[in-house]
Design a protein around this ligand. Sequence first.
Ligand SMILES: O=CCCCC(=O)O
Length: 457
Amino acid sequence: MSKFAVTNANTGEVEEEFASVTKEEIPGYIDRAHEAHLSWKETPLHERATILRKFADLVDANADEMTDIIGREMGKVKKQGLGEVDKVARTARWMADNAATHLAPTHLAAAGAASSYVRHQPLGVLLGIMPWNFPYNQIARFVLPNLMVGNAIIMKQASICPKSSQYFEDLLTEAGLPKGVYQNIYLDSSHAEEVLKDFRVKGFSLTGSEGAGASVASIAAKYYKRAVLELGGNDPAVVLDSKDVPALAKKLVGLRLANAGQVCTSPKRMIVVDSLYDEFLAEAVKAAEATKVSTFDDPEVGMGPVSSEGARDDIVAMIDKAVSDGATLHTGGKKLDRPGWFMSPAVISDIDPKSDLGCNELFGPAVMVYRAKDEEDALRLANDTEYGLMSSVWTDDLEKGEEFGAKINAGMTLINSHMESGPEYPFGGINRSGYGRENAQWAFQAFTNEHLIRVHA
Ligand SMILES: O=CCCCC(=O)O
């Protein structure tokens, strides 16, 4: 069986298979990308912007079909799929509208010269390695700014999302992107080095697991390639006070179970001060049990299947292990006896921060609630992690929230919100969550040559 396949997460049926590229075929992709880059980098910015705007219109027009594809591939429920696709269109428009400002030369103090400035130049061919959890948006936020920069891209999507990744290329082609500037590739992970070792490939962006990130980053380091890594998270959501604990518990559980919990920025560790803890936990259990688990296209669905059989087995095993390590499982955490990769959402407490579950990311539908003695203890728990992606503080006192949030070690902190992202503000983490930033002006800077020009009269 081909490694790249659509296996319907809602039924378990293999629907389509795609052959991986052979090692011998890889240079052809790089040749095409390099040739295309040479003319694409000379294409005026306003023409590149026109193609991105056309692409955004095509995404809007095809939103329904796009969401059906990923609903089958990885189980994303329709409403969330439509939200994702809308974000792709927004990203395309934002990058088209803002590239000229952020790619204009930066003028510096002349400091002894007649003039001194930095040109933001494209690097060349880039490799993208993206995950299945946001099959379109993960591609979009790397690719769209880099198309504006003038880079060319070879994209390896996860093997369970072969149809959506080709669809993305097809829409760019329909929007007028010249052949070769963007290529979807069915590349086995073991062949990443074949791409990265080529001199014409100048960098890579990877969103995915820590293991994949470390492995590709070490290959890239060997060949001096630029990198952005967006890895896992064990995000704290710190609840300091609330006038309406049931509503807050319901909201946080809803966020945690979105995309069946398979989001790097999901509020994984809910850290609740002692005075609210018992009520919060009881309401969290109610909210999880009230969530309807069903197929992606059921209008009443609250949570769809997880992405694959293997992913579901790993999640269930990690929950079982947590229980044997002393955690309390209040509800869920079990496979459902029906076709497809369904499981019941779990609520877990009493997790030892030093246990497997305490230290590592659980990429699935498990609400994890931690009791904090007081606010100081809540901050200690929030920072008791080697990850540092997103984080949040929940309070009616906004000043206190900002002050508390500033002390959290993370790339992103939100007050009274979590799991937000958009083209207008940066996205990325620190420590085991990776490095580099996507979105906003940072997206244009990741893969440019900051070319200094100093003119002496
Ligand atoms: O798994 C991480 C993806 C984050 C999705 C987003 O908000 O862009």
